[in-house]
Ligand binder design. Structure first.
Ligand code: ATP
Ligand code: MG
Length: 580
């Protein structure tokens, strides 16, 4: 068996208790030698990612995707993508499409050899129903005809046993006839419900005769109007897992108390000959909570509907479509999932961990470029009016084989407004009258003053250059300066819209304890500037990522960029500005 818990300095061993379980199961051969109905050998690790197609996936789902698909990959198994579409009202094809797209973008697929393992729970409706009839016949389920209020009242409470329904012991034949009439559409929603017959006094509320089928006259996005009864999630989920020969069924901690029912259903159906042992086993792990973000589908929907953000793929959203547009890479998300590990204790992961993974990934990959985001004009008074000199810089400082980029320098340049101070503060090494700095990859200049408008605002900075100081020439070594600033030539710059995104919330736990997360919105989460960029960036294609030197990592927006006219999003700054 492969041992993927590699340890080295760059990737410290992360805890993932599920690896231990899978390795132990494989050591004992728990799932060895299984075959499917056609006699084909089944892998010893079969996982699944089971989203309900009722919303966009977010970074929490990404953890689950990386976990399920990652374990299958690492242990030579397979992972299924299964749409858990048993609740007709909220589900839609739009969500199915975006989920497929997001999982693929993250770098995973559901192919195993030549087989495709994409499933829909709704494809099992016939089987789920047949098994329900079996449970009724075998005395393990009954149709309850209490009202919803009666049922709630009789369910009891923690520490207080429930009361048996007066219909609990109706003959199986009577329940079966009613179930068939429910299916045939003879009753209104809520008139009857099919329940498992377990124990109304169980200390686990989930075992007090849980509902397994309810009447719901609703149109389903795949089965149309064929059904007017739909299975409950807790009933359908274990069966879907067993039908697909899942071995390790991973879910978040809140389902721990549901596991006894998961096991109960599969035991009864195995007695009935529907399944063979070994059965799937449910394991629970801590969901991802990320600071400065919210990961509740309902609250994300609220942000979209109230136009707090510009849609599901707003680059500030923690949705997969949002972080993708923001400039995150699949590799950075996989690195993040690996790094945070998998535990059984709920905790908060700091947003800076996620951002750090992106910096790490892009530092190694992203070509460098120059961008002036808050421009101020710099005039080199002694630079010949018609001189255009070529400067060059490495595409990537650690990869000389990636070549150089070239750009012209001329008499008038754009520099960052904050690279000049008329009266320097202590420790300021950049442009101020009398000080010398290097224009990165160009010449050393000495500041001689500035021009102001009638209100006293600085509108241009003046300097003189040293013709023998050009970077890469012999003379350059004679100049020792402390400041090194970036610039672009006014006549050659590419003007572009750049969106400076930051965290959406200022509170690390915006919705903790039922707080109103809209009070914690960061007013500076989006700033749009007109920037001047190195001319080569005109060739940037949507999704191309760059390090804008001294600023951070930026991506050509995948929606708004046009040929020759990219729009850039700031994915993350070079350094964490949120550390307290
Ligand atoms: P809902 O409240 O609509 O059920 P959900 O976030 O649970 O929302 P699902 O589509 O049911 O959405 O989730 C699919 C899978 O993703 C589930 O297995 C779930 O456990 C997992 N998942 C959802 N949110 C997180 C999270 N924050 N961290 C880790 N896994 C998550
Ligand atoms: Mg769910």
């Amino acid at each position: 068996m492969s041992n993927d818990n590699k340890t080295d300095a760059a990737s410290p061993a992360t805890s993932n208790f599920l690896r231990g379980i899978i390795e132990a199961d494989s050591a004992t051969g728990k799932y060895a030698g299984r075959t499917d109905v056609n006699g084909h050998a089944l892998p010893q690790v079969v996982t699944r990612f089971p989203p309900e197609p009722n919303g966009y996936l977010h970074i929490g789902h990404a953890k689950s995707i990386c976990l399920n698909f990652g374990l299958a990959r690492d242990y030579g198994g397979r992972c299924h993508l299964r749409f858990d579409d048993t609740n007709p009202a909220k589900e839609d094809q739009e969500y199915v499409d975006t989920i497929i797209d997001s999982v693929q973008w993250l770098g995973f697929d559901w192919q195993h050899g030549s087989e495709s393992h994409l499933y829909y729970a709704s494809d099992y409706f016939d089987q789920l129903y047949a098994m329900a009839e079996y449970l009724v016949t075998a005395g393990h389920a009954y149709v309850d005809s209490q009202s919803a209020e009666e049922m709630t009242a009789n369910r009891g409470n923690f520490g207080e046993p429930g009361k048996d329904s007066p219909y609990r012991n109706r003959p199986a034949a009577e329940s079966l006839a009613l179930l068939r009439r429910m299916k045939a559409g003879e009753f209104n929603d809520g008139a009857h419900i099919l329940r498992a017959k377990i124990d109304m006094a169980s200390p686990n509320m989930n075992m007090r005769d849980p509902a397994i089928y309810r009447i719901r006259h609703a149109h389903h996005h795949r089965t149309g109007d064929k059904w007017c009864i739909y299975p409950m999630y807790d009933y359908a989920h274990p069966i879907e897992d067993a039908i697909e020969h899942v071995t390790h069924s991973l879910c978040t901690l809140e389902f721990q108390d549901h596991r006894p029912f998961y096991d109960w259903i599969l035991e009864r159906l195995t007695e009935g000959g529907y399944f063979k042992k070994p059965l799937p086993h449910q394991y629970e792990f801590a969901r991802l909570n990320l600071t400065y973000a919210i990961t509740s589908k309902r609250k994300l929907l609220q942000l979209v509907e109230e136009n707090v953000v510009d849609g599901w793929d707003d680059p500030r959203m923690p949705t997969i479509v949002g972080i993708r547009r923001r400039g995150y890479t699949p590799e950075s998300i996989q690195l993040f999932a690996e790094r945070i590990g998998v535990t059984k204790a709920d905790s908060w992961i700091d947003m800076s961990t996620l951002e750090g993974c992106l910096r790490e990934d892009l530092d190694a990959k992203a070509p460098r470029a120059t961008a002036v985001l808050k421009p101020l004009k710099l005039i080199i008074d002694n630079f010949p009016d018609d001189l255009i000199a070529e400067c060059s810089a490495p595409v990537h400082p650690h990869h000389p084989e990636r070549g150089v980029r070239t750009f012209p320098i001329s008499k008038e340049l754009w520099i960052e407004a904050d690279d000049f101070m008329e009266v320097p503060s202590k420790g300021y090494f950049r442009l101020y009258p009398g000080n010398k700095v290097r224009l990165r990859y160009g010449y050393v200049v000495e500041c001689t003053g500035c021009d102001k408008d009638g209100d006293g605002n600085v509108i241009a900075v003046r300097c003189a250059y040293f013709a023998d100081s050009k970077s890469g020439t012999e003379g350059s070594a004679n100049y020792k300066v402390k400041g090194n600033i970036h610039w672009v030539s006014v006549a050659h710059a590419l003007e572009a819209e750049v969106r400076l995104y930051d965290r959406l919330f200022t509170d690390p736990n915006p919705d903790a304890g039922g707080k109103d997360f809209k009070l914690a919105l960061n007013p500076d989460s989006k700033e749009v500037v007109t920037a001047y960029l190195e001319q080569g960036l005109a060739k940037a294609l949507p999704d191309d990522k760059f390090q804008f030197e001294r600023h951070g990592y930026f991506v050509a927006d995948r929606v708004d960029s046009k040929v020759g006219k990219p729009v850039f999003n700031r994915a993350v700054t070079l350094k964490d500005g949120w550390i307290k």
